[in-house]
Design a binder for this molecule. Structure first.
Ligand SMILES: O=C(O)C1=C[C@@H](OP(=O)(O)O)[C@@H](O)[C@H](O)C1
Ligand SMILES: C=C(OP(=O)(O)O)C(=O)O
Length: 425
């Protein structure tokens, strides 16, 4: 899909959509629980659906309710036939799935699409092999068989936190429990905290000493009686909060200020740029200020970088993003894609191996690539609407469905002007 954005600042109030990352975690916990549980999540993105589909292929079932689903867990007795599991483009689904299949002792063919087959899995596949599994390759597609019999795992902290979340999530299925040690600094730490929170809501306590996590023998996921409501998504709310910083005031509701989501840092960062941030009875309003360049270490907040780079394009001076190397491992090479998008719209940008420097400049009209990446499309749309000086065309805009299917509806709700030029992917 190709869309054309005509400049017109966004303004008004919006409800945050449910967190994709939290939903993935609750889906996996619910699918492994000792009975059915209810998840309240009124909007389902493609990535959430990918997790639901692979869990359904393993035997879980999802019965729609008014606002979400009752999840009936994977039965204890399962077929031994190899299953085919398609993770589509969802890195979280894929990383969470591999150790789960191994813990269940199943055989599976695991596939993915888009950029997922190019994204790294090696530390995960090697850990599984050390635990006794057979894994045919270190990227998708791959086949996996043999039960995981390891009792301890060591994983790097600086490639993907999803590896760590994945082994923690499967640990309660192991008869002897699991000790997981993280080597080196832990990046994207908030995502591991989110995993621990979801596990705790399903009755599993993980102890942590320094960089070692332990799930004790006998741990077991217990279905909570009360429905679990998936909290608002800070990573996606960030697009519209940023619109508030560079255009006109925007208010978001449904976000938890005490959330474990690392991307709630968007508020402090926008304030550091010079935007005005106000909280009032759970509603968060961001209004423009005199934006000036800042310097950011983004090792804990990789998903915020594309939209923050758009804010930087509207700030006086040169903003630098450092420790951004893992952005190259996402749905696109997001450092290159961000640099391409900004330079395509006349903004000065310098890309380093793991850094980006963006200088505030007028945003010219133009045609840019969405790189098949939801966060690139949404970033480009916000910049074009709030700071553009003429129409901006973005291709592959259907990528938004990966995390935020209602993005353009919400964009229009806030007054944004877009029209679809072509429906072809
Ligand atoms: O666990 C998760 O839900 C995620 C972890 C992060 O990945 P990395 O830890 O690989 O950086 C983040 O970028 C991704 O969008 C979602
Ligand atoms: C990187 C992302 O997700 P995943 O790793 O699950 O594909 C994302 O949503 O930006």
């Amino acid at each position: 899909m190709k869309v054309e954005i005509t400049p017109f600042p966004l303004a008004g109030t919006l409800a945050a959509m449910p967190s994709k990352s939290m939903m993935h975690r609750y889906l996996f916990c619910a699918a492994l629980a000792d009975g059915p549980s209810s998840l309240v999540c009124p909007v389902i993105s493609e990535d959430m659906q990918a997790s639901m589909d692979v869990l359904a292929a393993l035997g879980a079932s999802f019965t729609p309710t008014d606002q979400g689903f009752i999840v009936t867990p994977i039965p204890k007795s399962r077929t031994d036939h190899p299953v085919r599991l398609d993770c589509r483009e969802s890195g979280t689904t894929c990383r969470f799935l591999l150790p789960l299949v191994a813990a269940l002792g199943l055989s599976a063919e695991i596939t993915g699409s888009g950029r997922l087959p190019d994204r790294p899995l090696k530390d995960l596949t090697e850990a599984l092999r050390r635990g006794g599994c057979q894994v045919s390759a270190d990227t998708l597609p791959l086949s996996l068989s043999g039960a995981f019999t390891g009792r301890q795992v060591t994983l790097p902290g600086d490639v993907s936190s999803q590896y760590i979340s994945a082994f923690l999530l499967m640990a309660p299925l192991l008869a002897e429990g699991l000790t997981l040690t993280i080597e080196g600094p832990l990046e994207s730490e908030g995502y591991v905290a989110m995993t621990l929170d979801a596990m705790a809501d399903y009755g599993v306590t993980v102890s942590c000493t320094g960089s070692t996590y332990t799930v004790q023998k006998g741990a077991c996921y217990r279905a909570p009686e009360a429905p679990i409501t998936i909290e608002g998504d800070w990573s996606n709310a960030a697009f519209f909060l940023a619109a508030g910083a560079i255009g006109q005031p925007v208010t978001l509701t449904g976000l938890d200020l005490d959330s474990r989501q690392g991307d709630r840092a968007i508020l402090d960062i926008l304030a550091a740029f010079g935007a005005h941030v106000r909280q009032d009875n759970g509603a968060i309003t961001v209004s423009p200020g005199h934006l000036a360049a800042i310097s950011l270490d983004v090792s804990q907040i990789p998903d915020l970088v594309p939209i923050l780079a758009m804010v930087a394009a509207c700030a006086k001076g040169t903003t630098s993003f450092k420790n951004a190397g893992r952005l190259r491992l996402k749905e696109s090479d997001r450092l290159q894609a961000t640099a391409d998008l900004l330079s395509g719209l006349g903004v000065s940008v310098q890309e380093g191996p793991d850094s980006l420097q963006v200088t505030g400049d007028p945003v010219t009209p133009g045609q840019v690539q969405g790189h098949g990446d939801h966060r690139m499309v949404m970033s480009g749309a916000i910049l074009a609407a709030c700071a553009g000086q003429g129409p901006v065309v973005i291709d592959q805009a259907q990528a938004i469905n990966k995390s935020y299917p209602a993005f353009f509806d919400d964009f229009a709700h806030l007054g944004g002007h877009y029209h679809v030029i072509s429906h072809r992917p």
